[in-house]
Every structure is written in C-alpha cells, then in structure tokens.
Design a protein around this ligand. Structure first.
Ligand SMILES: [Fe+2]
Ligand SMILES: [Fe+2]
Length: 155
C-alpha cells in the first residue's frame, strides 16, 4: 500500500478533533461539578476518557504509518449556562466528528488503506453512539421539571 497524503491529513485532523473533544468534555465536566451536578459531571468525564482513547488509537495508526502525530489548532471550547446548553454544544461536536469520519473512511477505502478505513469506520460508529446518548440525555432534561438557573460561562 502506498502512503496516501490525504489519509495522513485525515488522521491529523481526527487527532486534533479528539484532543479538542477531550478539552471540551473535561471543561463541561468541571462546569457541571461546579454547579453541583455530580452525576452529570461523572458522565462527561467518562466521555472525555473515550475521546482520549480515540486519540490514542489515531496516534497508534499514525506511528504505524511512520508519521509523527502532530495535532494542532485545538478547537475552542463551546460552553453555555446550563447542562442542556453544554450537551447541545457536545451534540454539535459529535456531528462534526461524524462528518469527518464518514469522509475519512470513504476516502481511505477508496485508496486501498483498509486498516485506516476500518479505524475511521469504528470511530464513526462510536461517535454515533455518543451522539445518540447525548440526544437521549437532552430529551430527559427537557422532560424533567425546570431546574433553577445557575451561573455559567458563555461561549
Ligand atoms: Fe472521539
Ligand atoms: Fe464522541
């Protein structure tokens, strides 16, 4: 298999995405904890760990291909003043991941890099599960009685 520069480009973009996601989920976990929402904070911390696992798998693939991982341009955190607003921002983040991984998997398969294609496809499925879980969580919050508004940090 000849090394395809666009596959490397997708791996680099994916790594930047994942470190940005770690930053956003850890920030949201910290905000939720500061608002006294410990269960929500724990769940967001767990999301951050899953995104870090994605970064680890992408790093391994880059090293396998002989490329030095070099994530850059960390995406700024989008926050909000309520747990629901944080989750909406996280859902937008997951939608970006889905678009990126679909494109990356299709391209990798097209150029015959099946290992990268499989990694991107697996990440796509995991981000889809994240997006689905966030949507359900948001629905639960909407159905619950209104919580008192707490101070937060606006994006
Ligand atoms: Fe991820
Ligand atoms: Fe995710």
């Amino acid at each position: 298999m000849r090394l395809d520069p666009r596959v490397l480009g997708y791996l680099g973009r994916a790594l930047s995405h994942e470190y940005g996601a770690v930053q956003q989920y850890l920030t949201h976990a910290g905000l939720a904890a500061a608002w006294g929402l410990e269960a929500g904070a724990a769940r967001l911390r767990e999301e951050a760990r899953e995104e870090l696992d994605h970064a680890e798998r992408l790093t391994a693939r880059l090293l396998d291909l002989g490329a030095m991982p070099g994530a850059s341009r960390l995406r700024p955190v989008r926050a909000g003043a309520s747990l629901q607003a944080l989750l909406e921002a996280d859902r937008a983040l997951e939608a970006e991941a889905l678009a990126l991984y679909r494109e990356a998997a299709e391209h990798s398969a097209r150029v015959g890099d099946t290992v990268s294609a499989e990694l991107f496809a697996a990440l796509y499925e995991e981000e889809r599960a994240h997006a689905r879980a966030l949507a359900e969580w948001i629905d639960e919050l909407r159905a619950a009685p209104a919580a008192p508004r707490l101070g937060g940090i606006d994006a």
